[in-house]
Design a protein around this ligand. Structure first.
Ligand code: PSU
Ligand code: MN
Length: 305
């Protein structure tokens, strides 16, 4: 069976591929597991609209009916956003969920894989997975990091949440040769806040500069992706003390309830949302929209190289 048996493009993405319009991939774990209904669908729709306004085409990726859908119809988006039995699909899970025709939401790792299969170079999300706190003992390291090391897709994000060990996450990326670029910042952002206390490799002034770096990287066959950290807009940042307290509490609860494996990240995200009375959601929506603007600009710049 060839790849075309698995990949299904939306009409909009199909057309973009034909005429050469830049395309921006979007993940679906954030829709199915990262945000509550109906804000998940509203945000996904808004993010797609932002990308179109910038002259690119959005391709939200999910697994439905044994196919990798690259670009979702509004019915598919609604299905994914309302269902409660959507699998979280990372690299490991792709084959089973496709073969068994289950519905799956793709993580950063799986979205990168599918984007590469579809020939898409730029991917916008909220935050990447990373090395969990205590990861040096538990070996809980997100498959997102391995994927960034080998798959040729750039990921625009607001950094990594401090539910993770950000320092070890950056060490891991350095070891595996993944460039970590700050978009108009020299600090790696911490998702809910602009600062993590850790630097980036390069502070890029513009989308154009990032597109230049990507072109060189891939021209040289330096395989793997790039992390582009784009800080949450200052007006929508969370209070660092407040978020630290909530994160510490969530980590404590995960330990007490012996949460492990692929359930860890969703457990922590859900806990943060509940404990902050929705404040995290507002910040989350703002930063994803902001990432969509930057990601679309990079996709347009790269297409013109
Ligand atoms: N971090 C976030 N929000 C998210 C995720 C991570 O701030 O929604 C999701 C992404 O889909 C990411 C996945 O790829 O969780 C990582 O899960 P794990 O740690 O199990 O690899
Ligand atoms: Mn994990």
């Amino acid at each position: 069976m060839s790849l075309t048996n698995y990949l299904v493009y939306s009409p909009e993405v199909e057309e973009a591929k034909k005429v050469g319009t830049p395309i921006v991939a979007l993940e679906s774990t954030i829709i199915a597991h990262g945000m509550p209904y109906p804000q998940n669908i509203e945000t996904a729709t808004k993010v797609e609209e932002i990308i179109r306004e910038k002259g690119a085409v959005p391709a939200t990726i999910a697994i439905i009916d044994g196919k990798i859908k690259v670009g979702l119809t509004s019915d598919e988006l609604t299905l994914l956003g309302r269902a409660s039995d959507v699998e979280k699909v990372s690299r490991r899970d792709l084959s089973a969920v496709l073969a068994m025709k289950r519905m799956g939401a793709t993580t950063v790792a799986a979205t990168m894989i599918c984007a590469e299969l579809a020939g898409i170079k730029i991917f916008v999300t909220g935050g990447i997975g990373g090395v969990h706190r205590g990861g040096q003992e538990t070996m809980d390291v997100s498959a997102d990091l391995q994927e960034l090391a080998k798959t040729n897709v750039a990921v625009v994000c607001a950094g990594a949440k401090s539910i993770l060990d950000i320092e070890l996450t950056l060490e891991y990326l350095e070891t595996y040769g993944v460039p970590v670029i700050g978009y108009q910042t020299d600090e790696f952002p911490a998702f809910y806040t602009q600062s993590s206390g850790f630097g980036v490799d390069v502070a890029a002034k513009s989308a154009e500069e990032i597109a230049d770096m990507l072109k060189v990287k891939w021209d040289l066959n330096l395989s793997g992706g790039m992390v582009i950290g784009n800080p949450v807009p200052s007006g929508d940042e969370m209070d660092p003390i407040l978020i630290k307290g909530i994160i510490d509490e969530a980590l404590e609860a995960a330990k007490k309830e012996k949460i492990s494996g692929k359930g860890t990240t969703p457990f922590l995200l859900d806990r943060l949302k509940n404990k902050s009375n929705g404040a995290t959601l507002k910040t989350n929506i703002s930063l994803v929209e902001n990432n969509a603007r930057v990601g679309a600009d990079i996709a347009v710049a790269l297409q013109n190289k």
